[in-house]
Design a protein. Structure first.
Length: 148
């Protein structure tokens, strides 16, 4: 059984502050709207994609029109990292940050390194973007190209 990209990247997440510096640069990334109508706008950052074989890790963002309460905290947006297994059509969350402002702005009010369980995903826009980069790799980076 092949290791998933997260098994390689999770030790990097343990670096803490160093990862937050990367997170700040990713926050400036290329947010592409998936569904921006309604009470929750959904985005994917198509400029910060990491892959290992058929596994892809990318950033997603949910931006709430009105402030919501999650885990007792009042927030306007959640930025999270997702791993997709393109062969099995599965996804799981790897990391998330909750912000007081829109588009991962304002104060960071919560975060978690807890990894979700794998779950099946229909071929939605996030899955198409993650797995569609197999033909066009100009915006993706393989794990072999990551700095050590």
């Amino acid at each position: 059984m092949k290791p998933h990209a997260a098994s390689i990247l999770l030790p990097l997440l343990a670096l803490g502050p160093a990862c937050h510096a990367h997170a700040a640069s990713a926050r400036q990334g290329g947010w592409q709207g998936l569904d921006v109508t309604g009470p929750i706008a959904r985005y994917v950052d198509d400029t910060n994609i990491v892959r290992s074989g058929e596994d892809v890790i990318l950033w997603r963002l949910q931006d709430f029109r009105d402030r919501v309460t999650v885990g007792g905290k009042r927030i306007r947006s959640i930025r999270y990292q997702v791993e997709y297994d393109c062969n099995a059509q599965l996804r799981r969350g790897l990391y998330y940050e909750m912000y007081s402002g829109h588009m991962a702005g304002g104060k960071l009010v919560g975060l978690s390194y807890a990894m979700d369980n794998w779950r099946e995903v229909a071929s939605g826009a996030g899955m198409r973007i993650a797995c569609g980069f197999h033909e066009d790799t100009k915006n993706s980076v393989s794990l072999a190209e990551q700095p050590q």
